[in-house]
Write a protein that binds this ligand. Structure first.
Ligand code: FES
Length: 160
């Protein structure tokens, strides 16, 4: 369901399903949010009160978790999602200028989706590939020792 906003009934149905899968257990909120994002492509703001009610948590508790973790997307992702690591090892190998260059070349801001819905760039803090930094992922496919040109080519390929 990526690229599209879910309707209110789709959101309610998805919340019902994922909460049910986890036995409506409040301590499984993070796993529930991941499942919801897998199902809808993002975690809609309007799902938060529904989740809070279902799990018997306050809205503030649910909101706090969603905003604390970088993993949760607040809007539908583009057709291609690029994650570029900006943790220490990757930073030492030029990740920050790489992010800047890649975003500039593609007319997108880190953490956002391009206006035409083609590309989302997300921050990530260590992909477990530090020895081959800077590391990235393009639609979940790991890439090592990347530069802006390699990322551009991978995005182009993923858009075909
Ligand atoms: S610091 Fe970037 S992959 Fe570990």
């Amino acid at each position: 369901m990526n690229e599209e906003r879910a309707s209110a009934s789709e959101i309610e149905g998805a919340v019902e399903t994922v909460c049910g899968r986890h036995g409506n257990t409040p301590s499984e909120l993070i796993e529930i949010l991941h499942d919801l994002q897998d199902m809808l492509g993002y975690v809609p703001e309007s799902a938060l009160p529904v989740l809070a009610k279902k799990l018997n948590l306050s809205r503030a508790e649910v909101h706090g978790v969603v905003s604390f973790y970088h993993d949760f997307r607040h809007n539908p992702a583009g057709r291609v999602t690029v994650k570029i690591c900006s943790a220490e090892a990757c930073q030492s190998m030029g990740a920050l200028p790489l992010i800047e260059e890649f975003c500039r070349r593609n007319g997108v801001t880190m953490g956002e989706t391009k206006g035409d819905g083609s590309l989302t760039v997300e921050p990530v803090y260590c992909l477990g590939n530090c020895a081959l930094s800077p590391a990235a992922e393009v639609n979940g496919r790991p890439m090592a020792r990347v530069d802006a040109a390699k990322l551009d080519a991978a995005v182009k390929e993923a858009l075909v």
